[in-house]
Design a protein around this ligand. Sequence first.
Ligand code: AMP
Ligand code: FES
Ligand code: ZN
Ligand code: ZN
Length: 306
Amino acid sequence: MKCKTCGQKATVNMRHHKLALCSQHYLEWVPEQTARFIKKYWMFGPDERVLVAVSGGKDSLSLWDILHRLGYQADGLYLGLGIDEGIGYSDESHRLTEKFASERGLKLHVVDIEKEYGSSIPMLAQKSRRGQGRPCSVCGVAKRHEMNRIARDLGYDVLATGHNLDDEVAVLFANTISWSADLLRRQEPVLRESDGLARKVKPLCRFGEKEMTAYALLRGIEYIYEECPFSVGSTSIYYKELLNQLEHERPGAKLAYYVKFLEAKKDGLFTPATAQDFVLTECPQCGQPTSGDGLCSFCKIIKKAG
Ligand code: AMP
Ligand code: FES
Ligand code: ZN
Ligand code: ZN
């Protein structure tokens, strides 16, 4: 297999794009494509300040690397979740994130949930008795809440996460199986800012897991290989495996599923939600928008845990 650009031996072969590239041209292609998606989906402009949520994993560290190379003003945010399980998951991911930032002279904000709220994520999950022994749902609520709060408090224009195509397709599959119209309506590469909510973007949403692994490895980014220890046996991993079987038989199926979904929505697959669907009130505790008429989900967890 030869690189399409220079004819040298290819290192990465993307069957679904019918494209093979050598290391050098692959390392150029990924940022070029990212820049194209940022423009195509109107994510942010060159003068806007971006806060990249970095977990220490390959996707978010690669995203930070790419945005920095493309010349965007991108700072990092690491949330300390207090997960000691596995190899000391949180400490190790924190260490690698700090290392990445200091080696490149990038600015990293670190917020520790336990210092901020008195309990780590596993403690909050236990005390609030949510998630049937798994802290993942509490963790998801807390991460969303804190990312939004911090992006707004620090005056960033946009919050970027490292969600890749496999993440997006697994969520799409879950939401399609249950026909969760509200969630499907909101599944977009960009969620525009609104009262109390920061703009959220996923610039890597069209790169698969393998493409991002290849990028991180070829770029020499040191990232945490371990998945979150609580994700073992999760539904989302099961869906990812199913979708990989499909992809194996039909290269390109994942990308088509996602891109055609976005196109179908643009063509009116879902009637636009009425204003009624989006009535948000202010959480009396933290002031962030919530769909209920009382405390937001995060403040409910904190109250129950307290
Ligand atoms: P996950 O929810 O673990 O699939 O991660 C999705 C995205 O959320 C990552 O690509 C990061 O952008 C962000 N993220 C996950 N964990 C953290 C963390 N501890 N601190 C900051 N951002 C995170
Ligand atoms: Fe939050 Fe796994 S990353 S529970
Ligand atoms: Zn080449
Ligand atoms: Zn609240």
